[in-house]
Design a protein around this ligand. Sequence first.
Ligand code: NAI
Ligand code: MG
Length: 338
Amino acid sequence: MRICVIPGDGIGPEVIGAAVRVLCALAPDALITEAEAGWGAFERHGVALPAATLAAARAADAILFGAVASPSHPVSGYRSPVVQLRRDLDLYANIRPVSAISLERPVDLVIVRENTEDLYIGRERLEDDGATAIAERLITRRASARIARAAFDLARRRAADLGRPARVTVVHKANVLRVSDGLFRETVLAAARDYPDVAVEEMLVDVAAMRLAQMPERFDVLVTTNMFGDILSDVACIHGGGLGLVASANMGDAQALFEPVHGAAPDIAGQGTANPLAAITCVAMLLEWLDLRLPAARLRAAIAGVLRDGPYTPDLGGAANTFEVTESVLARLYTNFT
Ligand code: NAI
Ligand code: MG
């Protein structure tokens, strides 16, 4: 099993360092290669995703990605490496599970976000001497159909695991974006006919945002286009204990890349206080994807133990640092099961 690790910038290396310690404890046979990407790589090499990194990612079974610091202003030659990796490796399904850390709100939902098209194709231009900006939005039947299948298959597996009926909420704005979201909607609803055991509902994206904030427990699997999925998954994160805890997967047919939902967090980088649990949860998702179910279950139990009893990093109201939380996860891996 070959794992390519891309720590990135800011707190990326801090949380990925923690995640790799956990990975090595659970999968000692994993062949780990480390590769560069991000703003630091851009400053060193003039490219955010060096060719060697892309080659290492292509050669791996799975990729563990930290976070990169992408500037919000245009920088000539800079392209977001994670957006490029998703596209070059055709990791078309972005899976963002959120489960509640408190028992008061039994939230357990997954956002399935299309990962290769929509406004993210980056076709933007200025006209009228810079007075008008235009962005193109790409939606295809092919991408909509495969993201629909990813969502319906996932809903089916969850229903079997959890012993309850499957439900998929199709989120769009086809009342305004009649052509592009119209095609997405029609394609997903057509795919749904192959899944008569899955209950399907539609919801407009603005209403979905409100309901995700207000009554997240009503959702099971949500499927949506790239930009809506990006925004809705940050809303859903609130119920999962915040950015320090929520992990995500970018899945293709043969490969997958796992990354925390959070970014490079420059405000706390270098202090050693970043919450490593989102990155460590990525390891659990990676092990599950490789079908290493027992080590994944041991890790899930260890993470749940830390969330119940501490120690907690400052984002969760504690005073522990990244190292102490990681040590606590590692200690629980051994005490829970031996
Ligand atoms: P961010 O997620 O980096 O930080 C938002 C807030 O959450 C900050 O206050 C930060 O300290 C806190 N936070 C995030 N992760 C945490 C953790 N593990 N433990 C404790 N606190 C945590 O988002 P922001 O500030 O919008 O972006 C910062 C940089 O990261 C930007 O350059 C942005 O482009 C990049 N970014 C990269 C992403 C990626 O690589 N996939 C995703 C999001 C942002
Ligand atoms: Mg985001």
